[in-house]
Design a protein around this ligand. Structure first.
Ligand code: FES
Length: 113
């Protein structure tokens, strides 16, 4: 008898397709609207990350910031945010931003609600 026989597992997937990999160049970004928020998708070192697009300091669009060493640099006053966690890194204006769970299914980019 299989270990899980007779038990129904219901996986409630809360991931939604928001873009396709081909829409984001390597080391580039794309802005999407997701759940009424402006989200920046970043493609860096073979992975895709999703963060709030607006910098918490003065609302600069982080999607236009430079990506380096696993972080994005705010284009206006140089705050840095970790791509994987949204944590503010040491710098002139340190605050955390929203970070969203990403899954790649085939070539589709999925975000968790
Ligand atoms: S707007 Fe991003 S650090 Fe000022």
């Amino acid at each position: 008898m299989a270990e899980n026989e007779g038990i129904w597992f219901i996986k409630l997937t809360e991931f939604y397709k928001v873009a396709e990999l081909a829409q984001i160049p390597e080391e580039g970004s794309k802005v999407i609207d997701f759940m009424r928020k402006e989200i920046a998708l970043f493609r860096h070192a073979g992975k895709v990350y999703a963060l709030d697009n607006l910098c918490p300091h003065r609302q600069a669009p982080l999607s236009t910031g430079e990506i380096a060493d696993g972080a994005v640099l705010c284009p206006w006053h140089k705050a840095r945010f970790d791509l994987a966690t949204g944590k503010g890194l040491p710098g002139p204006h340190r605050a955390d931003i929203g970070c969203y769970q990403v899954e790649i299914v085939n070539d589709d980019i999925m975000l968790k609600r």
